[in-house]
Design a protein around this ligand. Structure first.
Ligand SMILES: *[C@@H]1O[C@H](CO)[C@@H](O)[C@H](O)[C@H]1NC(C)=O
Length: 297
């Protein structure tokens, strides 16, 4: 099959190349014309290509090196300008394509005041920093759903990091309370007078993951109204993602505005970003996950 389709030139070569129409000719003057084998031609061509690429390869890498030197020089002079002020790490050339959705709507009612609220909601958030953050965000929204007064959430000291830090050590608590004051009433603790008048210790319960707003109204609200103080434990991902749009906006207000790290943490973060920016134009921040492996012993 292959032979039948082969070109006349190749057939010529296979036949010994002694005919009048050989494949290739070396045209050196004064020498007798000799047919050159196809393999030799291909070899020479490959060799030439190799030589060319070897040369252009060097040239390209040299150009690259040179252009990098130029870029680096202008980059570092740019950096000197940047490093004077704090960096807005969220700003990028693409940020204009995104818009926030944390504005409260005009019909979103004001927070219910402490005295007229349905009771106090205590939250024990759990997990690492990331999980704690979503837990706190959901806690604010759940307090809003229940018209409860939220007590500043307790952070987990046991399950992952065994970190002793409280909310007040990690987040700016006064900012948190004041920023959300229109949406939810938040206090630092249940007033002593109120605690003393309670007949029983606070009711403790754990709601299922991703519970809906209706679940809180059906299952938690009656207990809150009866006992006045309810504690929700292991509070991580306990509120459904699919909730009323105004409540979703509240979630954004908490996460993007109300939760601010304390000054020492902010400063340390700035310092790290500055150092990385001084080392290279591009850097990667890796979120190291802590995964607990439980032996089945
Ligand atoms: C919460 O308060 C609003 C008024 O601000 C009221 O319309 C709503 O029914 C209350 N919800 C609960 C669960 O008490």
């Amino acid at each position: 099959m292959g032979v039948a389709k082969a070109s006349p030139a190749l057939l010529q070569h296979l036949n010994g190349g002694n005919s009048d129409t050989p494949v290739c000719w070396r045209s050196a003057p004064g020498q007798q014309r000799k047919p050159v084998s196809l393999t030799v031609v291909c070899g020479v061509m490959l060799f030439c290509l190799g030589l060319i690429s070897l040369f252009t390869g060097h040239l390209a890498s040299y150009l690259e090196w040179y252009s990098q030197r130029l870029v680096k020089r202008s980059f570092f002079s740019e950096l000197e300008g940047i490093s004077r002020g704090p960096i807005d790490i969220w700003k990028s050339e693409y940020s204009r394509y995104f818009s926030g959705c944390s504005q409260r709507g005009p019909n979103f009612a004001s927070a219910v005041r402490e005295q007229s609220s349905n009771g106090y909601l205590l939250i024990a958030a759990s997990g690492g920093l990331n999980q704690l953050r979503t837990g706190i965000t959901d806690a604010v929204v759940v307090a809003r759903i229940l018209n409860a007064t939220l007590v500043v959430p307790e952070l987990d000291h046991h399950s992952y990091w065994k970190d002793e830090s409280d909310f007040i050590n990690i987040f700016d608590v006064d900012w948190f309370i004041s920023y959300l004051s229109k949406d939810v009433t938040i206090v630092k603790r249940v007033p002593d007078k109120f605690m003393r008048s309670m007949e029983k210790p606070p009711y403790t319960m754990r709601v299922p993951r991703k519970s809906s707003a209706e679940y809180y109204l059906d299952q938690v609200l009656p207990i809150l109204l009866r006992r006045r103080v309810v504690q929700l434990t292991k509070f991580d991902y306990r509120l459904a993602s699919d909730i009323d749009e105004e409540l979703q906006r509240l979630r954004c207000r908490v996460n993007y505005h109300a939760l601010r790290f304390t000054k020492p943490i902010e400063e340390l973060g700035q310092k790290l970003v500055m150092r990385m920016r001084q080392m290279a134009k591009h850097y990667i921040a890796v979120h190291l996950r802590f995964v607990q492996i439980i032996d089945n012993v």
